[in-house]
Structures are given as C-alpha cells and as structure tokens.
Design a protein around this ligand. Structure first.
Ligand code: RIB
Ligand code: CA
Length: 317
C-alpha cells in the first residue's frame, strides 16, 4: 500500500511512523507536517528525525502553520516542548523539501490517480487545502484514513471534541463533506479501545535496540501524561491504530454514516455531528450534516489483541 502521511508529530504520530516502517506491505511515498501537537515546522523536523531512525527517506514537506479559521493552538502539554516527550535529540541530517504539504498531496494524487492512500494523523488543514486546490482530489486518491473525532464517546481535548478536529473544525467539516471515494474515520470511539497498559509497556521496556529504546522513551513520557490525567499508567495509541487500520481494514468493524463537525457551538466547536437515530423514513431525514453528504466508514469495534501484538512486533524491530 502506497501512503501519503499527513502528521503532527507528536508522540503517537512518531509511533505510527515506526509502525508503518516495520510493515513490508507499506510504502510511505511522502510526508507532510501540519500544526497541531506542535508547530508545523517542529513537526516536520520530528518527522525527519523519526524517519531517519527507522531508515526511511521520503520527501517531507512543511504544511499549514495555522488552522483555516481560528488562531493556532498547540499541545505541548501532552507531547512535550519538543513534541517527542523531550527526546527529540539533535537536528535531523535531512531537510524538508520545497513546496507545501497541501501542494505535495495534490501533485502526487494527480501523478498517481487512484493509487495512493492519504493517512491523516493530525488536524485536517492540509487535506482541506488540497481539496480546495484540486476539487477532483476525492476521485484521485484511492482512500483517505483519518484519525480524529469522537462520534459516540466524549472528546479528549474538550468534553466534546478530539484534538485533531478541535484544532481545525472547519477543515474537518470540509474533509468529511468532500465526498472522497472511501473515507475511514478512526475516531476516539476506536482508538480508546487501543490502550496499552503496564504489562504491555513493561514487556516492551525489556526490549533493547535503537527502535525499542526510542519507543520506550516516548511511551514513558506518554504514560506519565496519562497517569497524571487519568490516574493510570497506560497509553492510548491513537495514530498507530489509524495506521494499522489503513494497512488492514479487517482490524475493525465499521458503521457507515454521513458526518459533519459543529462550527458555531459555544462549547461544542469541533464536535462530530451525526444522526444516530435509527429512522428509516426519508420524511424524517435530519437537516444536520446527514443531508446530501457521502457517508463515511466509522471504525467501530477493534480487534485489540491483534493490534497490540502487531504494534509490539513493529517496535521490537
Ligand atoms: O486526539 C488524538 C489525536 O490528536 C492524535 O492524532 C494525537 O497525535 C493528536 O494529534
Ligand atoms: Ca497526531
């Protein structure tokens, strides 16, 4: 599977890159950074660092430095000032390419019609810009896999929204309504099942090697955040699960529904809006985001044991 990765590394983004690098059936064709966990410029350097660690050298383009319609907000309180839990280390040897992440998505989609999967692990600003630059993008990409949103569960950065959608609600709403041939949403509904606890973390801590050593440092930081926030030393592997599902959709079951994002709610901006009523009569189709939108596939139940095993093996190197 040939992937364009759009990402805001970010601890779990870094773990997702490490997961992808360990899969023989995955090729990272290009990477774009986006504001979110950290500034887009910092995310690009972190992507280069992690890619060099795992021996990959795809082009890395710097993406949108701010959301479409609100001031920049970042999340160093979760991912550390350097975005990698304080373990970013020295500057990467490589450098970013010219041009923006959005332009890179459009160019590659035009050059490889119907072949590429776009895996979006951060706010959707670059993806929204790419749709605006190339209105035919929904037909040019093979599929889009998005980590973001919270459909039937609470949010994380707010009680109602996950961080990716909260950091750019307009972009998320535009992407969910763009009509991609196939869009798979891996929301908190799914990723919160993909939690690893002390047994899994302790077993990985026993593994030596450059990949495992770096992963253990990231997970130790991430685990501390979760301990402070939720009182348990565990980690929710949001982005690695989205990466795993992008490569093997059998890791989850799905519900298909049209989705939108709340844009004007005083408290609920960034919340996913969906019509969860089981109404069959067209006469009662809701006037919310359900009307006229192409439905998207929402990951529902995750095969967690298989995912945990795959993730462990990818970090063991
Ligand atoms: O809500 C979780 C998402 O927001 C993950 O992608 C995490 O990296 C942050 O970007
Ligand atoms: Ca992310």
């Amino acid at each position: 599977m040939r992937l364009i990765l759009d990402t805001d590394p970010g601890v779990d983004d870094a773990l997702a890159i490490m997961y992808l690098a360990a899969q023989e059936d995955a090729e990272i064709v290009a990477v774009g950074s986006v504001h979110g966990n950290v500034a887009a410029s910092v995310g690009a350097l972190n992507a280069l660092r992690v890619l060099e660690l795992v021996g990959l050298n795809p082009p890395v383009a710097v993406g949108a430095a701010r959301p479409l319609a609100q001031p920049l907000q970042t999340a160093e309180f979760v991912h550390g000032q350097d975005g990698l839990g304080g373990h970013a280390g020295p500057l990467p040897k490589g450098s970013t390419v010219a041009g923006s992440a959005a332009e890179q998505i459009v160019r590659l989609a035009r050059e490889n019609p119907g072949e590429l999967t776009l895996l979006a692990l951060g706010p959707l600003t670059n993806v929204a810009l790419a749709v605006l630059l190339e209105p035919d993008l929904p037909n040019l990409l093979r599929s889009v896999v998005v980590m973001g949103g919270a459909v039937t569960v609470p949010g994380n950065i707010t009680p109602y929204a996950d961080a990716n959608f909260f950091h750019d609600p307009e972009a998320a709403d535009l992407v969910l309504g763009a009509g991609f041939t196939e869009l798979i949403l891996v929301a908190l509904d799914a990723t919160e099942q993909a939690r690893v606890g002390t047994d899994w973390l302790s077993a990985l801590a026993e593994v030596r090697g450059p990949r495992a050593d770096f992963a253990n440092k990231l997970l130790d930081h991430y685990g501390q955040f979760y301990s402070n926030m939720f009182g348990e030393h565990s980690c929710t592997l949001h982005d690695p699960l989205a990466a795993a599902i992008a490569l093997d959709q059998k890791l989850a079951t799905y519900r298909t529904m049209p989705l939108g994002v709340e844009l004007t709610g005083t408290h609920t901006r960034g919340q996913v809006v969906s019509d969860l009523r089981s109404i069959s009569s067209d006469a009662y189709i809701s006037t919310n985001a359900g009307t006229g939108r192409v439905p998207v596939k929402v990951a529902d139940t995750v095969d967690v044991p298989t995912f945990r095993d795959l993730m462990f093996k990818s970090l063991k190197g």
